[in-house]
Ligand binder design. Structure first.
Ligand SMILES: Nc1ncnc2c1ncn2[C@@H]1O[C@H](COP(=O)(O)OP(=O)(O)OP(=O)(O)O)[C@@H](O)[C@H]1O
Length: 296
């Protein structure tokens, strides 16, 4: 994995995509293209409504952080964007295509989703697991394409896990496995990357390294990235746009320096606190104080 300086990609509001004064949801995407568009999306599990009328456009090339309390629907929204769930009403478009009409394989050629999975298959090596990320790129008979080995090699290197390629995944620590999951998602080689808590289990150093890698890959390859982060400091620093969900709805959407306020902390994240500005980087810095009772 390439070293990241720690001086994050100040996701240059002035020059970056998504900058400008318009509300983020209405902002024109770079080149005018929307990579993902959720249109009035509602979804629930049996007896449990989760998302209620979500309208959200992610422009091609944007780097967006999705934040919100546990259970507010962040992972569910990513699964809808990945075509793994179908909305009860509304629709999710990937480019011009309705994600709900795509086969799993077709969706996986467009979108890679890093998510928390169950325990690894005993004895399966890192290389074997990362190769599974190539399933959508294979032919219907599972024939390997020439590009497969190269894509896997590149994904192992990008995620910084090449040295573990021949180790069984079940012999790795939680943080090491998390980076292997990132490699598996990168091996899909898609233009859209959805990352559900990509820094879970990682020590601070590796959190910064993984987020730096995401920023770098997005810049180098023009990827569209939506990542769920619980660490608001990281969301504010590494993403150029922050979307907050509350009770299954978009409660805030905009540039981190506009959106990260004491009102967001209190009203959306249930925390009393102050917000300052990093003197060097210019991104917002939160000083959370104490939890607040959650309003219904
Ligand atoms: N497969 C499922 N069946 C039933 N309910 C589910 C299922 N998956 C999630 N839920 C419920 O849907 C709601 C939203 O879950 P989701 O995982 O999208 O939340 P989240 O915002 O990602 O939470 P967290 O921050 O804890 O990961 C929660 O109340 C959860 O219990």
């Amino acid at each position: 994995m390439t070293e990241h300086t720690g001086r994050a990609a100040p996701v240059a509001p002035a020059a970056g995509p998504g900058s400008g004064g318009a509300p983020a949801g209405e902002r024109a995407a770079p080149g005018g293209a929307a990579a993902i568009r959720a249109e009035d999306v509602s979804f629930g599990y049996p007896g449990r409504p989760v998302l209620r009328g979500v309208d959200l456009t992610i422009g091609a090339g944007e780097l967006v952080a999705l934040v919100g309390l546990n259970g507010c629907g962040k992972s569910t929204l990513l699964r809808l964007m990945a075509g793994l769930l179908r909305p009860d009403s509304g629709r999710v478009l990937l480019g011009a295509e309705d994600a709900g009409h795509l086969t799993r394989r077709a969706a996986a050629r467009r979108v890679a989703l890093l998510h928390q999975t169950g325990p690894p298959v005993p004895g399966m090596t890192v290389r074997q697991l990362v190769r599974q990320g190539r399933y959508a790129a294979r032919g219907p008979l599972g024939m390997l394409r020439d590009a497969e080995d190269e894509a896997c090699r590149r994904a192992l290197a990008d995620a910084g896990v090449r040295e573990w390629a021949d180790r069984p995944v079940d012999s790795l620590s939680g943080g090491e496995r998390q980076r292997v999951r990132l490699a598996m998602a990168l091996a899909q080689d898609t233009r859209i990357l959805l990352l559900d808590e990509p820094t879970t289990f990682l020590d601070l150093r590796h959190q910064l390294e993984v987020l730096g890698t995401v920023v770098r890959l997005r810049e180098e390859r023009g990827l569209t990235v939506v990542m769920v982060l619980h660490d608001l400091a990281h969301a504010a620093r590494f993403a150029e746009r922050l979307v907050a969900l509350r009770d299954g709805r978009v409660a805030a959407d905009g540039l981190p320096r506009e959106v990260v306020t004491p009102a967001l902390l209190a009203g959306v994240l249930g925390v009393a606190g102050r917000v300052g500005t990093d003197p060097e980087g210019g991104w917002p810095v939160c000083y959370p104080d104490h939890p607040l009772p959650l309003a219904d």
